[in-house]
Structures are given as structure tokens and as C-alpha cells.
Design a protein around this ligand. Structure first.
Ligand code: BGC
Length: 368
């Protein structure tokens, strides 16, 4: 069994969202960059009664950059307990296959927390870091954007206070290590905050982590996930500091009973086997309204969005997978988001890494 996750994301999400208090009106939300104050009125004998124009948010150039990204997750590779332990070994050839198929970005999930020395330094294992460097180098050499994601830090979710220094030390080391890399390297602070790392706790910790990263990387694009396993419904509880190089990210796996049917790390999911996704008006509307809700948040906050993971497991009926994947990709494109399919070549895969063959239907569902 890959993960010891015993209750579903959906149930946990509901519990967490119910338990969380929304940010108080005084909480600093991600503030749009505001244009310079309006021109002062020209002195005149008659006082003008026209109200001053309301400053409008400056368009954030990061929106266009995000809207151009179409990517895939290199899942179950460096996020496994040890590289290769879950059957995926990354190579330059895989990167080139992804690029040649038409993707322009790769999300690289990495379990850094399993490769650190003892407190208080938590020094990252240089051999493991060299492995990550090599993969990042292949992706950048191929002309793709790479999103480096801190994945599977379960101890942080279980005990945020005890693991805070560990987390910040990892980011301090990574940020300094990668500070001279091209801007096509993005950082994602943490995959799927969950458990004890609820929205309020995460809103504090993410500011601390961002401050650590900004000491050495003032302009690098940084992604911040919503809480509750990166739920779209948790966007309203995300409080971001003012920073024009920040994007927010969420994951989309709804209906969970369809996308995770038979997943061996989700208890009870074998009962969902045989669930189809037919593309009925109601099913399509559920996707569209989730993405519209996300876009409304993004516009109001002036913060671009990244769909960091979406996919349907291989146990699901193939035609349903193709329909659902196309519908979600369409919704992401329509709402101007970067998107990354989960994953490349394991249980949610679209490619056979051994045979070097794409699933043509899933590939065109994503890219056409
Ligand atoms: C997890 C994977 C899992 C996927 C779909 C990812 O965030 O790391 O292990 O297969 O979500 O549930």
C-alpha cells in the first residue's frame, strides 16, 4: 500500500472546512497591487463634487504566464520513500518524451523531509539533492518550466508546531541552493496541507516559509496550496501576503468516488469500482461551477491559479476517464489556469514509461 491514508480526502475536507473559522474581516487577504493614487484635483475656484476615481488593480503579469502552462506530474518518483521505490525512475528521455508530446511544464513532487539530517540543522542529503538537481537540469535544458513541490511531508500535517523548524530549514536550504537557477524553476511550498495543518495554522506557516524563500529568491514564482488537501472550496480560507510573484494552487479529483475507485490507499474505495463519468449536463456543470468559483476568487484577489493535480485512476472505465479528463482540462483552460495532470506513468498515468507509448485518447483529451 502506497500511503496509509485511511479516510478519503472528501470526508476530511468536509470535516476540516466545517471546523475552520473563515478569516475575520480584518485578516489581511492577498491584496491586489494597487495603481498609483489618482491625479490630484486641479485647484479651482469651484470645489468639484465628482468623487475620486476608485483605484483599479494593476493586471498581474503572472496571469498570462500561468495561462500558458500545460503540464504533467512526475508522480511516484522522487516523492516515493526512496527514489525508484514506487517503480518510476526519471530519465532525460522521459522529459524529452513529455516535451515532444506537447507539454511545456513538469511538476516535480519531492519527499525532501525524508532526506534530512538531525535537528537543528536538518541538513539535506547532498546525494539526494544532486539527484533532484539532475532532474531539474534535464527539464530546464529541454526548455520546460519545472515546479518543484515539497511532497508527502506527513509529519508536518500531523504536528505543525513540532515540524515547523524542519519545514523552514528545508526551504532555507532549497531556496539558497537554487537561487541562481533560471526563472523557469518555480517553488511550491507544500503539497496538500491537511490534518492538524488546518487553514488558520497554514495561513501563518506559509507566510513564514515565504519570508524564508524571499530572502534569497525575491522574484521566483512561488505557489501556495489551499488547505484541506488542496481543496478548491478552501480558497476562501487562504490568506496570502501581498506578493506579485505568488500563485495559489488547488487539486481537483471530483467526483472522488469516480477518480479514486479502487485506490488501495483510500479505505472503502473498492465499493466505488464501476463508477462511470458520462458527461451529463449535471456532471459538466459541477466541474464548470467549481472552476468558475475558483476564477472568481482569483480575479477578486488578483492572484493567478494553478491546477496542480487532476486525474482519474486506471481502474476507472477508459471512456469515462477520457471524458472526465477532457472536461477538467477544458475548464482549466477556459478559466486561464496553468494545469498539471496527475500523473505520468503510474496508477493515474497517461504514458507507459517502459514501452515509451502514450495513451492517445488521454493525451488528446489533455492537449487538443
Ligand atoms: C499523492 C499520490 C496520489 C494522488 C492521487 C497525490 O497528491 O501524492 O500518492 O496518488 O495524489 O490521490
Amino acid at each position: 500500500m502506497k500511503l496509509s491514508r485511511t479516510i478519503t480526502r472528501t470526508i476530511l475536507t468536509t470535516l476540516i472546512l466545517t471546523a475552520c473559522t473563515p478569516p475575520s474581516p480584518g485578516t489581511p487577504a492577498a491584496s491586489p497591487t494597487i495603481t498609483a493614487s489618482p491625479t490630484p484635483p486641479t485647484p479651482s475656484a469651484t470645489p468639484t463634487l465628482t468623487p475620486s476615481p476608485v483605484p483599479s488593480p494593476t493586471p498581474n503579469p503572472l496571469f498570462a504566464e500561468m495561462a500558458s502552462l500545460r503540464g504533467v506530474n512526475f508522480g511516484n518518483a522522487l516523492d516515493a520513500p526512496a527514489p525508484g521505490a514506487w517503480g518510476v525512475t526519471l530519465t532525460r528521455e522521459l522529459v524529452l518524451a513529455v516535451r515532444d508530446a506537447g507539454f511545456n511544464a513538469i511538476r516535480l513532487p519531492v519527499r525532501f523531509s525524508a532526506h534530512t539530517g538531525p535537528a537543528p540543522e536538518y541538513t539535506l542529503d547532498p546525494d539526494f539533492l544532486a539527484t533532484v538537481d539532475e532532474v531539474i537540469g534535464w527539464v530546464l535544458d529541454a526548455g520546460l518550466t519545472v515546479l518543484l513541490d515539497l511532497h508527502h511531508f506527513e509529519a508536518l500535517n500531523q504536528n505543525p508546531a513540532a515540524e515547523r523548524d524542519h519545514f523552514l530549514s528545508i526551504w532555507d536550504q532549497l531556496a539558497r541552493h537554487y537561487q541562481s537557477q533560471p526563472e523557469q524553476l518555480y517553488f511550491e511550498l507544500l503539497n496538500e496541507p491537511s490534518g492538524e495543518l488546518d487553514a488558520d495554522t497554514w495561513n501563518v506557516l506559509l507566510r513564514d516559509a515565504l519570508a524564508v524563500v524571499r530572502q534569497s529568491n525575491p522574484d521566483r514564482v512561488v505557489l501556495v496550496s489551499t488547505a484541506a488537501f488542496a481543496a478548491v472550496d478552501a480558497l476562501d480560507q487562504l490568506s496570502l501576503p501581498r506578493d506579485t510573484r505568488l500563485a495559489a494552487t488547488f487539486h481537483y479529483y471530483e467526483p472522488f468516488e469516480f477518480t479514486h475507485q479502487g485506490a488501495n490507499w483510500v479505505s472503502g474505495s473498492s465499493a466505488w469500482l464501476g463508477t462511470t463519468w458520462d458527461g451529463t449536463a449535471e456532471e459538466e456543470d459541477a466541474i464548470s461551477s467549481a472552476f468558475d468559483q475558483a476564477r472568481a476568487w482569483s480575479t477578486a484577489q488578483n492572484v493567478p491559479l494553478v491546477l496542480g493535480e487532476f486525474g482519474a485512476i486506471e481502474q476507472a472505465d477508459h471512456d469515462s476517464r477520457v471524458r472526465w479528463t477532457a472536461a477538467v482540462a477544458r475548464a482549466a483552460k477556459r478559466t486561464g489556469m496553468a494545469w498539471f495532470h496527475w500523473d505520468l506513468c503510474t496508477d493515474f498515468g497517461i504514458y507507459d514509461c517502459d514501452a515509451g507509448v502514450w495513451d492517445p485518447d488521454l493525451l488528446s483529451a489533455l492537449l487538443d
